[in-house]
Structure formats: structure tokens, C-alpha cells
Write a protein that binds this ligand. Sequence first.
Ligand code: HEC
Length: 120
Amino acid sequence: MPRFPLLALAVLAAGTAALSQPVRVEERRLAEVERGRAIAEARCAACHAVTANGTSPNPESPGFEDIANRRGLTSATLRQYLRDAHNYPEAMQFRIDRGQVRDLSAYIVTLKRADYKPAI
Ligand code: HEC
């Protein structure tokens, strides 16, 4: 009998470690999304609608909801686009660092909707 509780403890510890891994990943993603939204509001909202159902102040800038719901868009393709400063349209002459790109992408993909219908 003295051995059993130790074994049970070991199994419990292993189980807890396995469980906390995805929880930490999810927490990190949520933190990215929150920072990304703040960056979008500070750096992008002068031109783009940065939240769902918004209207872009600059009509030539697609809303982030439109961008998020483009077919085939993933946070990876978006990160690629945002990292490659040479791809920026003329109007967007500024640099954002890799951490900000990751945060922005994490935020923008939260605007994906299964039932999304483009405004036009
Ligand atoms: C000064 C205005 C301005 C600001 C500020 C701005 N954008 Fe843009 N952005 C534009 C315009 C205009 C376009 C569309 C250009 C085009 O389609 O040729 C665009 C296009 C984009 C696209 C590509 C959409 C597509 O057609 O595929 C992405 C992604 C994007 N912007 C992200 C951002 C992010 C993220 C920020 C903030 C860090 C930002 N933009 C800030 C004006 C702006």
C-alpha cells in the first residue's frame, strides 16, 4: 500500500503537465489577440475599419473583417504579407516589427466568420 499513493501522484503529475500545455498555448494566443487589437486601433484604424461591421475611414482600405474573410487567408499568409514591407501599398509607409505582425495576424483572423458575406 505505501507505494500506491506515490505512483498515483506521479500519474497525476504527468497528466497535469500534459493538460497545462494547450492551456498555456491558448493563453498566449489570447494575449496576442488582445495586443493585436490594440495595435490595430493605434496604427491601422486611421484608414481601416479594424473591428467587425466597421466602415473604413479611408474608403480605399478594406476593412479587417473583409481581409480576414478572404478565401485562403490564414494567420500565416497574413503574417507573410505584413512582414514583407515591400508589399505594402503606397499609403502604408511604416514598419511594424515581427512581434506586432504576429499579434496583428492573431487578432485579424478572429474576425473570420463562417457566414460572412462581403459588403459588395
Ligand atoms: C494611411 C492609411 C493606412 C494605414 C494607416 C494602414 N493601411 Fe492597410 N491598406 C491601406 C490601403 C489604401 C490598402 C489597400 C491598398 C490596395 O488594395 O492597393 C491597404 C491594404 C491592406 C492590406 C491588404 C488588403 C488586401 O487587399 O489584401 C492589409 C492586410 C493591411 N492593409 C493591413 C494593415 C495593417 C495591419 C495596418 C496597421 C498596422 C494598416 N494596414 C494600416 C491603407 C492603410
